[in-house]
Design a protein around this ligand. Structure first.
Ligand code: FAD
Length: 261
């Protein structure tokens, strides 16, 4: 497989970077090709602004959705964004790796998503009508590809458990796993999360590294999270509400994971 790893940590000697190197070494040992987008090292521009749309006239109002649609359709996105889109198209799998900062990804990675997941490419794909609300949530440009998160978190595992004060980790990562990765069609694998990351030593590092090696060895075979497909019959159209009778006893984000598994 070809694997794109998008990496978001400013320090090359960080724990996150050491785990990245472990992941890449295992993937390459297993014969995979790895493309790396090291966002800080690349000086990635994280904010959407007019400079992203060189074809926009100076006095034209910037409507980010419309500008993204136009730029993607006319191939006038900036070279840095086009290069990332090309990597995404060529890769069979996408890994996003980052430290958990304020319960989500660092701004530089969010900015990568904002700029690279363009209209017509990652969203706004397919028929939008009263009969269909686009090709998304299980369908779309990334259908057939795999994606997963590698995350380090300062908090304890228990803090992110079902009754933990931070909220369940699957809920916290839902906007990324479901809203960013499943949306354009990726099969999303369970995340690899390293807890208590600020208190690491050699023994804990080796245990985490071995767990990560195993996840890399099984990247092609791990069962994806069983998110419900938008156009698979579970949702009313056009309201996109889960049909009566499905998800009994569930609430919140868990409703969108099929009980069939
Ligand atoms: P580093 O700081 O690089 O290292 C952590 C420890 O690992 C250090 O003790 C280091 O010596 C050791 N180490 C590094 N490399 C190795 C190695 N190769 N072998 C052995 N030991 C090693 N946490 C949460 O849980 N939730 C949050 O919402 C949250 N928000 C945050 C917001 C901000 C702005 C910041 C800065 C931190 C936040 N944190 C939060 C904590 C954050 O998640 C952790 O600091 C981070 O995940 C640790 O990863 P790192 O790569 O930065 O570790």
């Amino acid at each position: 497989m070809k694997v794109l790893l998008v990496f978001a940590h400013p320090e090359p000697q960080s724990l996150t970077a050491s785990l990245r190197d472990v992941a890449i070494a295992q993937l390459e040992a297993d014969g995979h090709e790895v493309l790396l987008s090291d966002l800080y090292a690349m000086g990635w521009k994280s904010e959407i602004d007019r400079a992203d749309f060189p074809a926009l006239a100076p006095d034209e109002r910037l409507l980010p959705v419309a500008a993204s649609r136009q730029a993607y359709a006319t191939d006038t996105l900036t070279a840095d964004v086009k290069a990332e889109i090309d990597k995404l198209i060529s890769a069979d799998a996408l890994i996003l790796q980052f430290p958990l900062w304020w319960f989500t990804m660092p701004a530089i990675l969010k900015g990568w998503v904002d700029r690279v997941f363009a209209y017509g490419f990652a969203y706004g794909v397919g028929e939008h009508s009263d009969r269909r609300w686009g090709d998304r949530y299980g369908e779309g440009r990334m259908a057939g590809k795999r994606a997963m998160l590698i995350v380090t978190a300062g908090g304890w595992r228990e803090h992110y458990g079902p009754r933990g004060v931070n909220g369940p980790i699957d809920d916290l990562l839902f906007p990324i796993n479901h809203g960013i990765l499943y949306y354009p069609g990726y099969d999303v694998l369970p995340p690899f999360v390293t807890y208590s990351a600020d208190r690491f030593d050699a023994a804990r590092f080796e245990a985490a590294a071995e767990g990560l090696r195993e996840r890399m060895r099984t990247l092609e075979t791990t069962t994806p999270i069983a998110y419900r497909r938008q156009n698979g019959g579970d949702y009313e159209i056009p309201t996109m509400e889960l049909r009566e009778g499905l998800g009994a006893g569930m609430s919140g984000f868990g409703l969108h994971v099929s009980e069939k598994g």
